[in-house]
Design a binder for this molecule. Structure first.
Ligand code: DGY
Length: 327
C-alpha cells in the first residue's frame, strides 16, 4: 500500500512530482497556511507531513496524526516551529533543508545593507510620488557609506559567513559574535570574534544570522539597543523574535539607532497597525530571504527526498534528530 503524505502548502516543483510517484498525497491548495484545526484534521493516519515554517507542529498535532507518523519534513532551514522534544519522544524524524539558502539569503542581506545605507526604497518612493523637482540636488537623500564601515555579524553560521565574504568586497571591517567561538573562527578567518558588547558598540551595520532559541529570543531589546551606535543600522533576515519589536520601535523613535532593514517579524504577516510600517528609516520585506527560483526548487527537492528516505528506511540528507536511528 502507498504511504500517505500531507503537504500543508503547494511548494515548488519537483516536490509534488517526486512525492506523487510513490505516495498518496493530500495537498492544501489554498494560498494561506492551514489553521491548526485543519492540520489536525488532515494529518490523521498520515505517514508523513511536509510542512513550512508557518505551521506550528507540536505534541497535539503529533498525537492527532496517530502512530503512523514517521517523519515531519520541513520545507525550511529553521525548525523552531516544530517541537523537537515531542517528536523525539514519539520517535518521529524531523528533517529540514539545511543551508541550501545560505548564499541567496546573504545576497538579500547585502541588498538590505546597501538599500538602508543609501535610502534606496525611500528615494524610489520619492520619485514615484512626483516629489523630485530640481534635478541633481546637493543634499538630496544623503545616506551612509558602506565601503570601509564596520559590519557586525550576530551568529556566524553559513549565512553569516556568506555575508562576511560579500563584505570583504566592500573593504568592511568584519566583527562577529557567536555562542560557539572556536569552531566558527577556524572556519571563517576573515571575521574577527568580539564579545557581544563590542559587537553592539562598534558595528555600523549589525546583521542578525542566529537561530531562534531561548538565548536569542528578544536578544535585541532596549538594553542592547542603547549600547549601539546612534548611526547604526540593524538588519534581520533570520527570525523576527530575536528582536523585541516593541523596543525596536522605541529605539527608532528615540534615535538610539539610525534605521532597520527587516525581512522577518515577531508576527508574520506583520499587522497593518505595526508602527514600523509608518517609519521612513525602516525597510520592510515579506520574509523572502530564500526566495529565488533556484533555491526554492532545490529546497523542494531536498524536502521531498528527506521525507521519502525516512519512509524507505534510508538516512535522509538533513535530519534534526538522527540519534533516533530507528530507520
Ligand atoms: C527558512 O527556511 O528557515 C527561511 O526562513 C525561509 O526560507
Amino acid at each position: 500500500m502507498k504511504k500517505k503524505v500531507y503537504l500543508t502548502r503547494t511548494i515548488p516543483e519537483p516536490a509534488l512530482s517526486i512525492l506523487s510517484k510513490e505516495c498518496d498525497i493530500v495537498v492544501n491548495k489554498k494560498p494561506s497556511p492551514p489553521t491548526k484545526k485543519e492540520i489536525i484534521t488532515n494529518i490523521r493516519n498520515m505517514d508523513a507531513i511536509l510542512c513550512t515554517l508557518s505551521d506550528r507542529i507540536d505534541g497535539e498535532v503529533m498525537d492527532a496524526a496517530g502512530s503512523n507518523l514517521k517523519v515531519i519534513s520541513s520545507y525550511s532551514t529553521g525548525y523552531d516551529h516544530i517541537d523537537i522534544e515531542e517528536a523525539n519522544r514519539r520517535g518521529i524524524y524531523v528533517t529540514f533543508t539545511s543551508d541550501i539558502l545560505a548564499e541567496a539569503t546573504a545576497d538579500l542581506t547585502f541588498a538590505l545593507i546597501l538599500s538602508t545605507a543609501r535610502r534606496v526604497v525611500e528615494a524610489d518612493k520619492f520619485v514615484r510620488k512626483k516629489h523630485w523637482k530640481f534635478g541633481w540636488t546637493p543634499n538630496l537623500f544623503l545616506g551612509s557609506d558602506v565601503n570601509g564601515m564596520t559590519l557586525g555579524i550576530f551568529g556566524l553560521g553559513s549565512i553569516g559567513a556568506a555575508v562576511a565574504r560579500r563584505a570583504t568586497g566592500f573593504n568592511m571591517k568584519i566583527l562577529y559574535y557567536n555562542r560557539n567561538r572556536v569552531v566558527h573562527q577556524l572556519n571563517h578567518p576573515i571575521a574577527n570574534y568580539v564579545d557581544i558588547n563590542r559587537l553592539l558598540k562598534e558595528s555600523d551595520f549589525l546583521s542578525i544570522h542566529a537561530t531562534l532559541n531561548k538565548d536569542s529570543f528578544h536578544f535585541f531589546n532596549e538594553v542592547n539597543f542603547r549600547k549601539m551606535k546612534k548611526t547604526a543600522f540593524l538588519i534581520n533576515t533570520s527570525r523576527g523574535q530575536i528582536i523585541y519589536e516593541r523596543d525596536l520601535i522605541k529605539a527608532l523613535k528615540n534615535k538610539w539607532i539610525s534605521g532597520a532593514a527587516l525581512d522577518v517579524y515577531e508576527k508574520e504577516p506583520i499587522s497593518s497597525s505595526n508602527p514600523l510600517l509608518r517609519m521612513k528609516n525602516v525597510i520592510i520585506l515579506p520574509h523572502i530571504g530564500s526566495a529565488t527560483y533556484q533555491v526554492r526548487s532545490k529546497m523542494a527537492r531536498v524536502a521531498a527526498e528527506n521525507l521519502l528516505n525516512v519512509l524507505k528506511g534510508i538516512e535522509p540528507l538533513y535530519v534534526v534528530n538522527p540519534h533516533l536511528k530507528k530507520m
